[in-house]
Ligand binder design. Structure first.
Ligand code: SAM
Length: 315
């Protein structure tokens, strides 16, 4: 359905947990307590998905927190995949547990995964994530490819003075692998607000570091501008929430792990869906879409008005 700005809203992101098994410095540093409430059950998630499909939200994403921490993630996936009208079912994960789960997720009906990965150097990955095992994530990527969870996207948050110099290594991955590496600008939300001015790097840095990248004509994949190396199998995407707002093309709404519809990542507006079923649930989701703000007001000096951290909303 269309929102008040005439945007066609087709994409529903469902956070299934606010827990995570990594402690990324800009998202959920160690010691940061999470639980924001009782998590939505598989049946509640299915009902929200069904209500979304009724309103034309045909693309669903399971996210978190880390969705693979949910012991019932396969049941959630199966229920959402079985909804008539769902055209795409994807997941965003840090990939740590993916190696063991990729095949079962595919069997349950998952179509694609986006994996978040900010460094290809084991020691740096360990430091950035508060103890993450890069080798496990890389095994997860291979397993996801083998299982057919493709095309796979790799999400890299760029941070000046930290991983900016690794841009060419990430871009090189696309030479022989059919993946889309997407560079995302660091946003001042939650934890990262304290250091965004110091660490924010415009995605232009990718084009400066790899001038051989050329735009793929007409390609705007989701919110990313798409580029490619000569003769490469994969692609490179630039996502620029800071340097070039894409609010005018935003086609998504979110549901938090504790059951609130959040029409804009960067606005505090939320409505609880808890306890609603049938027409009441559809009406609340519709209202959420109609209350979607025209755009965010965030700059490197003005933080997001999300009112929560990314891991609680479902990035
Ligand atoms: N655990 C899953 C994962 O790691 O992909 C899903 C949740 S995580 C919050 C989703 C995405 O949000 C990750 O790609 C993460 O890098 C991104 N993210 C978190 N905080 C961010 C920030 N301040 N700016 C930009 N991206 C951020």
């Amino acid at each position: 359905m269309k929102d008040h700005q005439g945007r066609s809203i087709q994409y529903l992101r469902l956070s299934v947990t606010d827990q995570c098994n990594l402690n990324c410095r800009y998202c959920r540093p160690e010691g940061h307590s999470t639980h924001s409430g009782t998590l939505l059950t598989p049946a509640e998630l299915e009902a929200i998905g069904a209500a979304g499909v009724r309103l034309g939200l045909t693309k669903l994403r399971i996210t978190g927190g880390e969705p693979l921490l949910r012991s019932d993630v396969l049941e959630i996936t199966r229920r959402l995949a079985a909804l008539p009208g769902v055209e795409e079912l994807a997941m965003t994960t840090n990939g740590l547990l993916l190696a063991d789960m990729a095949a079962s997720l595919r069997q349950a009906g998952l179509m694609r995964v986006n994996v978040s990965l900010d460094s290809l150097a084991p020691a740096q990955f360990f430091a950035l994530t508060g103890g993450g095992d890069l080798a496990a994530v890389l095994r997860g990527l291979d397993a996801a490819e083998r299982a057919g969870l493709v095309p796979m996207k790799l999400n890299v948050v760029l941070m000046g003075g930290i991983n900016e110099d690794k841009i060419p290594d990430f871009v090189a991955l696309t030479k022989h692998r059919p993946i889309i590496v997407r560079f995302i600008e660091l946003m001042p939300i939650g934890e990262s607000t304290a250091f965004v001015t110091e660490r924010l790097v415009s995605s232009d840095a990718v084009l400066h570091a790899c001038p051989e990248l050329t735009p793929v004509p007409g390609r705007l994949q989701g919110v990313a501008r798409v580029y490619q190396l000569p003769n490469a199998v994969g692609k490179v995407g630039l996502i620029r929430p800071m340097s070039r707002h894409f609010c005018g093309q935003c086609n998504r709404i979110r549901v938090t792990a504790d059951g609130n519809v959040k029409p804009c990542l960067h606005h505090e507006v939320e409505t609880s869906l808890r306890g609603l079923t049938g027409e009441g649930l559809v009406a609340a989701l519709r209202q959420g879409i109609l209350s979607k703000p025209a755009g965010h007001t965030m700059t490197s000096h003005r933080p997001s008005r999300a009112g929560r951290n990314m891991h609680q909303i479902g990035g």
